[in-house]
Structure formats: structure tokens, C-alpha cells
Design a protein around this ligand. Sequence first.
Ligand code: 3HC
Ligand code: NAI
Length: 694
Amino acid sequence: MAVDYTTHDGVAVITLNNPPVNGLGLSTRAGIVEGIERAQNDPAIKAIVLTGAGKAFSGGADITEFNTPKATQEPTLATVIKTVESSAKPVVAAIHSVAMGGGLELALGAHYRIAAPGAQIALPEVKLGILPGAGGTQRLPRAIGLEAALNMIVSGAPVMSQQLARSGLFDELAEGDLAEAALAFARKVGAKEGPHPKVRERKIEHPNAEGFIQFARNSVATLAKNFPAPLKCIDAVEAGVKNGFDKGLAVERECFVALVQTPESRALRHAFFGERAASKIPDVPADTPVREIRQVAVIGAGTMGGGIAMNFINAGIPVTLLETKQEALDRGLATIRKNYEASVKKGKLKPEALEERMALITPTLSYDDLKNADLIVEAVFEELGVKEQVFKRLDEVAKSGAILASNTSTLDVDKIAAFTRRPQDVVGMHFFSPANVMKLLEVVRGKETAKDVLATVMKLAKKIKKTAVVSGVCDGFIGNRMIEQYIRQALFMLEEGALPAQVDRAIEKFGFAMGPFRMSDLAGNDIGWAIRKRRYQEHPEMHYSKIADRLCETGRFGQKTGGGWYDYKAGDRTAYPSKLVDEMIVAHSKETNTQRRKIGDDEIVERLVFALVNEGAKILEEGIASKASDIDMVYLTGYGFPLYRGGPMLYADTVGLYNVERAIRRYASQPNGDAWQLAPRIAELAAQGRGFNG
Ligand code: 3HC
Ligand code: NAI
């Protein structure tokens, strides 16, 4: 049973009991209605307390039921709230920990609300691409005022209960035991004559509601580009302000039904569950014991090492930072300090916190100082020989049970593990640059990596606020292996007739934060060049356009050299199309006897995105990623794939794998078609009428 019913001396207590967060699924909803009716029919009961067991009052509607028959089956949440609101006996919502979405809407339907301090109160529906669909857009403005409510509804951000103490939302803030306080409160109001107050009957007071709503609409329109939900929230609130509660409720319902079916909402829900699913590894049970990480060491204080160290320091974990030379150490520390100073300047970090954070770093040139570290992350030069030296040394000094991680982006983690006598303790922790900012962490599982090492790193990733995705060992892991195919297509298209600005514009219009050429200029074209040179040796059969090599031969490595695919002016990151480069591209087509043609934006987007999808499908087939949503999380958090499209694999599902397959077969029959080897997984799923995500 998802709801418990108990009585306490004239008070009925209805306790939602649907772990983990008391989601308002069908059985919970039915249980609440049953409880309210039971209390009505029991003459001994004078008042009702509605509360939640475990770690939430309620996290809201059960998202897993969306777009299933259960979502609309009676009693719907609207029916539940109506039942609560029209109860002749007063209902007191006793709120603790979390009251979100439908959970808060349910509480707003009660006659009274009492909260424990420290509870997170939110209407986070916009984050799932929908709007509060059970009266939230109507009742919250009546409870806490138009401006405060609209802010909460449009941002979805949680507010702590104590901050709302005087807002009109709560009748009381319980400092001591919530259950006791709620019972006492219920007895008090149970002794009162009805009818009991209803939030729906309150008025929305605002000196210039219309003006404020217009102002809100203008600001939200720019901020919420590509996401339809926030503007719909304003429509629903406005309808209630202008035409009263019932009309407002009808508009809210209409908007909810429309939004829940949008691809944007599907994408946001996919990302919500994808993020949580990423931390679950099929053969590593949730109860796998983890190792304690109290102290971390980072080897190498360069671009990555410094950023990696900051992650741990920010989470309060002390870091020993090791370098080979004092100058390198000083340089690394100075960069970390500069980053914190910038945060202080922006008001993101309190000035006193700067020294506290710096004090958590112990700089050293000696491996002896690493012997207490529970985790050591290596971020030295990307050369196997250098990694060998470091890991052999770590094997000598690290304490038994310490986790040895490498931040390598291209080297074989199994080879690195084999430099030690403890390959079970070795794992890849592939951070993305800038490591203190980017959310993504690829956790690379070697063939011998122990399960508790993985479980520990996944747990630690949460602590340092990263989205961790497990990847098997392969060249480029999940993200870079896929991006290589994307870049390959981008280069072929230059040869066939496009120019860098056109390619970037098309994919940026699709929603990518940055097109491949602007991205490459930012990262440094020399990085891709080095990788291609290696490919020419290792995979001579693989065919690449040589146009990027021609560019690199002229020394145009990107922003750092003042020019790459684009021209740059000193102190200005704007990419200006380069006449010289464009001419070089046209000349290259001529040299390779390629007839240039006009390439449409649709083709550009298809070839770039389907190149990701095709390689992603191979990654799934090989078991490098355990599920399609892991791949999507890599692209959403590390590569600027548009969130409202949910990642490449979900996007492919939206287009339909039948269509993806046809497009890939078509490109395979055109010039440079050898780059398109259709992944069998796509054909299999398409034949079954399925997608990557079911
Ligand atoms: N429905 C179904 N499952 C939910 C859920 C929900 N509303 N909220 C959380 N869960 C699940 C998670 O998927 C996760 O499952 P797992 O253990 O199998 O991975 C589990 O609960 C725990 O979630 P977290 O790992 O996120 O736990 P935290 O303690 O870190 O956070 C939380 C708890 C703050 C409640 C967070 O889960 C959250 O923000 N949930 C979403 C809340 C939300 O968006 N509610 C609105 C729903 S839509 C709605 O109510 C529509 C209504 O207006 C009609
Ligand atoms: P970097 O050149 O900026 O820094 C490397 C640092 O390691 C230098 O400060 C150097 O002095 C130090 N170092 C070299 N040998 C050492 C040794 N034996 N002991 C201790 N310190 C030593 O390089 P970067 O960019 O930080 O890369 C480091 C690692 O991170 C590489 O494996 C790279 O592939 C990987 N990586 C880099 C990314 C990037 O965008 N730069 C992204 C993800 C991973």
C-alpha cells in the first residue's frame, strides 16, 4: 500500500509511503482519496494530517507514469486535490524535506500547512518541459503573491521553507518535532467551526498585475528560447489573474496536456532520468561497498590538473598537487588562485573562502607526500612513456587500496593499468576542459577495474557535482570517438562545397552551442592534427579529407595563433570568416578533383548528427556504453548538444531509426560514402520499429 492511515486521538494521519520520494502515482493517489473518505466517515475524527514517510513530503507526480494510461486514470491529481480541499474536516499538510511539483500542489489544496525548516519547496515542472498541472499556477500566486509565485514557477528553483515562513504559504513553521506539531495544530483547528480556509478563495493582490505579467513575458521570452513551457506558465497565471480561478485552471490544464507531448518535454525528462541512470552500472549493484576518499592527490598542475584539483577542493576534500619542477607548480597554483579570484569578483565566491580553498592544497615535488592519498588522479603529458614512469612510481608509493586514476583522453587505460601491480585499482577519470566548469566526467572502466573502485568513483563524482558516465576502453572513449566521425563529415563537406561559416551556422541553428570549426579553433587545430597523424599510421585504410592538414601546415592552429578556420583580432574571440582559408578550401577541392556543389543546411545537420548516431550505435553494440541514455548524457553535458533535443540517440529516435537508416544508406552511396558503415544495431532496431530508448 502506497499510503498509511493511522489515528491519533481524534486526528487521522494519512502518510504517503511510496519510496523513494512519495511520487503521486496511481496507487498513492487512490490511497489519499480513500484515507480522506475514511476520515470523513469516522465520527471520532475531527481533523486530518497529510504527510510523507521517509525522505520527502512528496516529489510530485510520478514522472514515470507520464504518457501512460495511469497518468490520466482516476483519481487524477486534480481529483485528489479537490477531495482534500472539499473535505468537511480540516486537512493539515505537514511538510518536510521536499515538497515539489504535484506534492506542493497537493499541500496547497489542504486547508492548512505546517512545515519543518530546511524543506525544499518548488514547482520544478518547467525543468521537465511542462507546467504545474494540478492547480499550482493558480494557487501559488494566491498563497505567496504574484511576483514571488511567478518567479518560482518560471524558474522551477527550490526555495527553503524557512524563507517562505512569512509568505502566506505556511500557517506555522515547526521548530521541534513536525509530527507532534502537526497533531497539536490539527487538534486546534479540528475544534474550530468550518468551513476551513481554501487557498483558491484568496485574492491575488498586485498594484499592476497586467504590467508585471507583460514584463515577465518579455524577459522569459528571451531566456527560454527553444523551451515552450515557461511562456505557457505565464499564460496560465495570467488567465487566473484576469478571469478567476476556474478559468485559470482550465487554461493550465490545456497547456499541461499540450506540453507533456512536446519533444522538448520528452527530451528534458529523458535527461532527468538519464542523469540518474548513468550512475547505475548493470553489473555493479547499488549496495557495492565504497572506499573512503578523504584525501586526493593530483599529478601535473597544467591545464587539466589545476581544474581537477579545484573540483575536490570545492567539495572540501584536501588535495596534494605534485609537479616535476617548482616553476610548473607555482604556475599551476597561480592559475588556480586566479580562477578563484575571478569567482570572487563575479560575486560567486565569498572573499574569505578564497584563502580557505587555497589552504586545502598542499603543493609538492615529492612522491613521498602521496602516501596518504585515497585517490590519485594523473594529468601529465599525453605520452605513454610519461604515464608509464608516473604509474610505476605511484605503484611504489601509493598506500594499499588507493585508487589510481588517469585523465588520459586517448591512451589505453588497460596499458596504463598494466604498469602497476594493482590493475584492479586503476580507472580512467576523463575530465573535460575547463575541468572545474564542465559537468561531464567519463569514468573509463578497464578490463580489471574493481567494482568497488567504480562504485567509489561514481559516488565521488556526485560529491564533486559531475555527471559521471561509464565508458569501456576504446580509442576516444564515448565522446571523442563519436566526435571524430562528426568532424570527419564536417571536413568532407568543406571539400564537397561548403565553407566553415556555413557548416557552423547550420549546426548552431540546430542548437549546438558551437559548430565544429569554431570549436576546433578554440581547442586548437593541432590537437586534431596529431590524432589524424596517428590514425594515418594505425588505420591507413581510413579515409580523411586532407583539408585540415593543409590548414595546420600553414600554422593556423586557431584562436591561440590568431587564426584557424577563421580570422581573429587580438583580444576578441569573434570568429571572422577568412577569405584566405575559404580560397584555400576551394583550391583544395580543385586539387582533389572534387566538383563543388551547394550543400543545404539540412544535409549539413543530418550528416553531422547521424555521424554521431551511427558511431553511438556501434559503441552500444560493443558494450562501450551500457545504454543509449549514457551516450546522450555525454553529449548533453560535455559537447554542447542542445538539451531540448535530448542528445543524439534520443534525437535519432525522434526522427525515427527507419529514416536514419535510409539517410545513412543514401550518404554511403555518395562521394566520401566509405565513411558511412551503417551500424547493424540501427538496421536491427529499425526493422523492429524500435528506437534506442525503447
Ligand atoms: N517521479 C518519479 N520518480 C522520481 C520523481 C518523480 N517525481 N522524483 C524523483 N524520482 C526518483 C528518481 O528517478 C530517483 O530514482 P532512482 O533511485 O531509481 O534513480 C529517485 O527518485 C531519487 O531521486 P534523486 O536521485 O534525484 O534523489 P535526491 O534526493 O537527490 O532528490 C528530488 C530528490 C529533489 C525529489 C529530486 O529527485 C527531484 O528534483 N525530483 C523531481 C521533482 C519534480 O520534478 N517534480 C515534479 C514532477 S511533475 C508534476 O508534479 C506534475 C504536476 O504538476 C501535475
Ligand atoms: P598540460 O601540458 O597543460 O599539463 C601537463 C602538466 O603535467 C605540466 O604542468 C607538466 O609539467 C606536468 N608533468 C609532466 N610530466 C610530469 C611528471 N612526470 N610528473 C608530474 N608532472 C608532470 O597538459 P593538459 O592539457 O593538462 O593534459 C594533461 C592530461 O589530460 C593529458 O593526458 C591529456 O590528454 C588529458 N586531457 C586534456 C584535455 C585538454 O583539453 N587539455 C582534456 C581531457 C584530458
